[in-house]
Design a protein around this ligand. Sequence first.
Ligand SMILES: O=C(O)CCC(=O)C(=O)O
Ligand SMILES: [Fe+2]
Length: 240
Amino acid sequence: MAKDKRPKVPPATVVAPLPPPPWPPFKPALPVIDLILEPVVPDKVVILRSLFPRSLCRDYVSHLRDLPLTTTPGKPKRGLALRVNDRYQIDDPKFANRLWTETGLKDAILDSTMNHLWGGEVIGLNSNIRVYRYSPGQFFDAHYDDSNNVTIPTESGSQMPAKTTWTLLLYLTSISEGCVGGETVFYPHDRRSVKEEIAVSPETGMLLLHKHGDDCMLHEGREVMAGEKWILRTDLCVRR
Ligand SMILES: O=C(O)CCC(=O)C(=O)O
Ligand SMILES: [Fe+2]
């Protein structure tokens, strides 16, 4: 089989398990509005506005600042996308489950008319939670996101085999907090082309979902010009 040379996101770094951070409670109770999935690119990119209200985003950012964020190295290994941002990563199945069940996301996804898009029976979110902070000059170069095999804990304590099918990015800041730039840009034809680009500007509290794996669109996190772009990232998981 031909080797896939598309630039990929570097695999998760193996680190000694640390206790998860004390994520702020979801206050006020979520969701604050009727959550509606809005297509941006048919079958590939969807947004969900106001998953978190602005006050909760503010609360999250002020807590996330205290986390031990590390700056990604400037020069990636061959085949991996260049990204320059500060990030934190934790395996936290409990928080992934809270994000899934206590925000209205599960209902919005499972009740949607878009059920055929998710790539199987959706069972929850990837427990690999990533926090990104982009300061001015930082960006995430064009790449594709891979699908990964993971497990999701069930209520009985067993582990259910799952695979990730869509990337979830929750924007915690935007132009309203002074973040200039930082759009997530998609390229429909596997090449960076200004004419073809579809740019999603961060909106505070908005969740962006995009299909990944074999059908992933080439995409990038554009350079932040002022302020800070904060994101929470996880993935949608289906049964495998
Ligand atoms: O920061 C962004 O807008 C894009 C992030 C991204 O592409 C990723 O996490 O794989
Ligand atoms: Fe990505």
